[in-house]
Design a protein around this ligand. Structure first.
Ligand SMILES: [Zn+2]
Length: 293
């Protein structure tokens, strides 16, 4: 079993972007944090607000996105931020944010990942905790989506995703498996954008979401393909699904080694898997991975 040293940022960095649900300008600041701190979000727009650990114990249900909550403070749409930190192996970071949601950027994690790399990443003297999948484990839902976690004979995290929305969907069937490390993250995943179907955009707009975003900012898929936009790779959709898995799996609060094979899974099932793995391995994890309020 091979572990690595924990890592944090060399210096702070600030980004701004638009929130998809609140349509507001969001300022998000990433600060270095000490060993065993983990990832924590702090709402700077709420006076006296306590940090919210980005751990599965603080996750709350939201449709099609990942959110965490502690006392009166919550932050939504954290999955693409979490994926960037996990992909670059940044384990300790205090994230100050002045809104209830992370900025959307272009729907991918590219801009943020480049900014994080630019700030510099430093190793810390403590080892990163690790869970090795030793027994196959599956979670599934009533619509037939499932994720299976299996042991691997190498010390890596590999995520495979199988996507098939049927013949009438503008998204073609796609599958891809990738070993996750900072290099594959930057070259194969970070650029992949979230996607919505044209008919879903109407419903989103009716709810007041995405008022400041156009089809050029967001990957909108019509019957003929992207509307006013182009795919960055033909399999961009499945790459983004792997990105989402990585961001959601990061709520476990430690590294994982094993092969994760996801079939049409979404955020809810991703979280269920992490809950199950964490409860199975509770005895081997230290308290720093269990910051239960
Ligand atoms: Zn996503």
């Amino acid at each position: 079993m091979r572990t690595r040293n924990q890592r944090t940022l060399a210096r702070s960095l600030e980004c701004t972007g638009v929130g998809i649900f609140t349509n507001s300008d969001v300022k998000i600041r990433f600060c270095p944090a000490p060993e065993n701190h983990g990832i924590q979000f702090v709402r700077t727009d709420l006076a006296g607000s306590k940090p919210i650990p980005a751990l599965i114990e603080y996750a709350v249900f939201k449709q099609r996105r990942t959110a965490i909550e502690y006392q009166d403070a919550s932050v939504e749409m954290i999955e693409h931020v979490m994926a960037a930190l996990a992909g670059l192996q940044i384990d300790n970071c205090r994230i100050e944010i002045n809104a209830p949601e992370a900025p959307c950027f272009d729907g991918s994690s590219q801009e943020l990942s480049l900014a994080l790399l630019d700030s510099g990443i430093v190793e810390q003297p403590f080892q990163r905790e690790l869970i090795c999948i030793e027994q196959p484990l599956t979670v599934e839902n009533e619509s037939g989506s499932f994720i299976q976690a299996k042991p691997l004979n190498r010390s890596v995290l590999a995520i495979g995703y199988y996507l098939n929305y049927g013949e009438d969907s503008p998204v073609t069937p796609q599958c891809l498996t990738l070993e996750i490390n900072p290099e594959t993250w930057m070259n194969q995943l970070a650029f992949s954008r979230t996607f919505v179907l044209e008919e879903e955009v109407e419903a989103m707009r009716a709810l007041g979401y995405g008022q400041r975003l156009s089809a050029e900012d967001l990957l909108v898929l019509g019957q003929e393909g992207p509307v006013g936009n182009e795919f960055r790779t033909l399999d961009e959709c499945v790459r983004h699904k792997i990105l989402d898995c990585l961001g959601d799996f990061a709520l476990i609060g430690c590294d994982m080694h094993g092969y994760f094979s996801a079939h049409q899974s979404g955020h809810a099932l991703n979280r269920e898997l992490i809950k199950k793995i964490k409860s199975t391995h509770r005895s081997t994890l230290s308290e720093t991975v269990w910051k239960v309020a």
